[in-house]
Design a protein around this ligand. Structure first.
Ligand code: SAM
Length: 284
């Protein structure tokens, strides 16, 4: 174990999304010992740090001041200060500020270390029971009409599970937009108030979720986990292309049966047929 925090490192620290006990001992120790904590809202994080009995020097870092703050934080690193970045909840940079700071810190030759912690997207995904082997994180959809329509059209065709964030007062609109584009039987879970006293998982499909929220107005924090679209059957790909794709997967160290399974998911072509191609082709 290294001694932390180290000079010249920016620490990205995951904080609880509801249940304060989810803060890891390592995160607690970093937050106790860094010279400065950059956070979205000093009042909000002040309350959390108070509950954790952490006395810290806080500076604000949010989307409206991050341009000005990035060089200031780099200056602190240059002056041998130790810095942690947190967001209001969960992991910084996941639908939260921080990305520009991380890349500027790396570009300036400093290290960045993440102290992992809760993230609503992953917590909702794995509790939903929907396929988690491959998935897409969409975060909040754009608000502008055209960009939003494009995003929705893309999401409903996506064959992987999609994860979306939404505020309670916009949830029904989003559910209606989805139901205009996909069947009511499309698997969907809405995770509500994860890690908190009134945690709830509403599903198992678009119809049942809409019915639920029409009767009981959405409240609290919400994450949507939408099952993927069924792959379009019979994509026309010739055997040479399939063999090339299979050998590419196998050359990455993926076992033949897994390579056949993965390609089957993408193309809709039977796993057994793909597996038999591997055996027929001696160069794979
Ligand atoms: N950085 C955070 C993370 O790692 O999860 C996400 C921040 S984003 C600004 C806030 C959104 O995350 C909320 O509007 C909601 O969609 C989702 N969220 C956060 N906490 C949640 C919770 N306890 N239960 C369900 N969704 C949550």
């Amino acid at each position: 174990m290294r001694d932390e925090p180290e000079i010249g490192i920016l620490y990205l620290v995951g904080t609880p999304i509801g249940n304060i006990s989810d803060l890891s001992p390592r995160a607690q120790s970093i937050l106790e010992n860094v010279s400065i904590i950059a956070c979205e809202d000093t009042r909000h994080s002040g309350i959390l740090l108070n509950r954790l009995k952490i006395k810290a020097s806080l500076i604000s870092f949010h989307k409206y001041n991050c341009k000005k703050r990035v060089p200031e934080i780099l200056e602190h690193l240059a002056n041998n200060q130790t810095i942690a970045l947190i967001s209001d909840a969960g992991l910084p940079t996941i639908s939260d500020p921080g990305e520009a700071l991380v890349s500027a810190t790396r570009d300036s030759g400093y290290d960045v270390v993440c102290i992992p912690g809760p993230c609503a997207a992953l917590t909702a995904l794995i509790a939903s029971g929907l396929p988690a082997e491959r998935f897409c994180f969409e975060g909040f959809l754009p608000r502008k009409t055209r960009a939003r329509k494009l995003a929705l059209d893309h999401i409903v065709k996506e064959t992987r599970t999609s994860i979306l964030y939404e505020s309670p007062h916009r949830l029904l609109k989003l559910l209606e937009e989805l139901s205009e584009r996909c069947e009511g039987t499309r698997p969907l879970y809405v995770a509500r108030e994860l890690t908190k006293k009134h945690e709830q998982h509403i599903g198992p499909n678009l119809n049942s979720v809409i019915n639920h929220f029409r009767k009981s107005a959405p409240k609290g924090e919400l994450t949507l986990v939408l099952g993927g679209a069924k792959p379009e059957k019979k994509i026309k790909i010739n055997n040479d292309e399939l063999i090339k794709e299979l050998s590419n997967l196998i050359s990455q160290g993926i076992p033949p049966s897994m390579a056949a399974k993965q390609l089957s998911k993408i193309t809709g072509i039977s796993k057994n047929l793909l597996y038999s191609l591997i055996h027929k082709e001696q160069n794979i």
